[in-house]
Design a protein around this ligand. Structure first.
Ligand SMILES: *Cc1c(COP(=O)(O)O)cnc(C)c1O
Length: 430
């Protein structure tokens, strides 16, 4: 008996290093805000501070310049940003938005919040983003937009998506929560669609605890997002806006970011490039070794794209391995220690990502706000709807974060050795 999963000795006990990007500079920024006493100066009425306080506005200016977008609008989460984006596009009851099923749940719930119907298109086998061919096959007269997700840190195929969008007069929302600093054809993720949404939650490349940033080049969309962020109905009423009657039905929320979060995000933004470059370097190092394992495939990078590796994907071949992926990965995990910070209970190594969204009870039972908005559609959500996504999720994809900054070459070698050990002793798994 060799393998730890069968009671053998673990390959490594020593915990992997923590991932913590917060340091002195963030501490100083927070103290500066704290001492000013102005933790948020937003007000929900027509005033300069309708657009937030000093830190919020400075962050937005810096973010827009950094990514080359005309507008950056901070919000209290990427989820809020997605909601505001769908609202700004004027999605309404029964409108269809085509979305990837392989994403964090909020990419699709944002559509439902406005009465829209999420229509799930399948994903690409090599890159795991929404497949333009599948998108095109789902378009109807009700389709209003495409919600593309730059999953795992790689931009979607915006060349093809833009062509489809132009042909059918659709808008593109880009959920780039996992892809800050990723690029396609020299342009940053977030600026590849009509509206891009970044996340600053604790688990992302850079963070401010919670937070999100929406970017767009459209003055009109930016204004609508600012309205939705901060009690739209109050300001619209006060301003009169007779000439802009499309604003009269705007419903606002409180999606405002605090000054402390904004001050942290400003410092974190300065660290982004370096953090992503370390991820890329680590991935290259590990891939050299993973490539030599016959049962693993290292997924390609899209032509013209730069990946930012929110997570690193490996594709498992059960036929060659002779054992199911889940059993194999359970055995690899058993060889390695739990990690500390950002996950203290499990090795940051897993099979699959999230269950294809249409298999969640929300879609299976079609109950949201009571029957609304599903009572505006005949569409059903069924197992088998997106076969590539299901195969990737249930059989092929391995996800891990053991390439994050802070991992040394020795640490990464141990991860690779754990795979090798399980491969060499795979006979024990059957
Ligand atoms: C993290 C994430 C979100 C949500 O981000 P929050 O800031 O936590 O609301 C949305 N979409 C994707 C793809 C994500 O990974």
């Amino acid at each position: 008996m060799q393998l730890a999963i069968n009671g053998g000795k673990k390959l490594r006990d020593k915990p992997f290093p923590a991932y913590n990007t917060i340091g002195k500079e963030e501490e100083e920024a927070v103290l500066r805000v704290l001492r000013s006493g102005k933790l948020s100066t937003y007000i929900g009425s027509w005033h300069d501070d309708f657009y937030g306080g000093t830190e919020v506005r400075a962050l937005e200016k810096e973010w827009a310049e950094y990514f080359g977008a005309k507008h950056a609008i901070s919000v209290n989460s990427a989820t809020s940003g997605l909601y505001a984006a769908v609202g700004a596009l004027g999605i309404t009851a029964g409108d269809e938005v085509i979305v990837s099923p392989y994403t964090m749940s909020a990419s699709a719930t944002a559509i439902l919040l406005y009465g829209g119907i999420p229509v799930f298109a399948d994903i690409e086998e090599e890159f795991f983003c929404i497949d333009p061919k599948s998108v095109e096959s789902k378009i109807t007269s009700k389709t209003k937009a495409i919600m593309a997700v730059d999953i795992f840190g790689q931009p979607s195929d915006y060349r093809a998506l833009r062509e489809i969008a132009d042909k059918h007069n659709l808008k593109i929302i880009e959920d780039c929560a996992q892809a800050p600093y990723a690029k396609l054809d020299g342009k940053f993720a977030g600026t590849l669609g009509d509206i891009g949404i970044f996340s600053l939650n604790y688990h992302k490349h850079i963070h401010s605890g919670e937070g999100g940033i929406v970017v767009t080049n459209s003055d009109e969309l930016a204004f609508k997002i600012q309205l939705i962020r901060n009690h739209a109905e109050v300001v619209i009423g006060a301003k009169g806006y007779k000439e802009k009657s499309e604003l009269h039905n705007m419903l606002g929320f409180n999606y405002r970011m605090t000054e402390i979060e904004a001050s942290i995000a400003r410092v974190q933004l300065l660290k982004l490039k370096d953090l992503v470059e370390q991820r890329v370097e680590n991935v290259l190092y590990m891939e050299e070794r993973f490539k030599k394992m016959p049962f693993l495939k290292v997924p390609p990078i899209r032509d013209g794209a730069a990946h930012s590796y929110y997570v690193h994907i490996l594709v498992f071949d059960e036929k060659i391995a002779g054992v199911h992926r889940n059993r194999f990965i359970d055995a690899v995990k058993a060889e390695l220690p739990p990690t500390i910070m950002r996950d203290d209970s499990a090795v940051l190594l897993s099979y699959g990502y999230v269950k294809p969204l249409y298999l969640q009870p929300l879609y299976q039972e079609k109950i949201c706000f009571g029957e609304y908005p599903f009572n505006h559609t005949e569409r059903e959500y069924k197992k088998g709807d997106c076969p590539v996504c299901e195969d990737m999720h249930y059989n092929k994809i391995i996800t891990h974060e053991l390439m994050r900054p802070g991992m040394s070459r020795d640490d990464m070698d141990d991860v690779v050795r754990a795979f090798e050990k399980v491969w060499e002793n795979r006979g024990e798994l059957s």
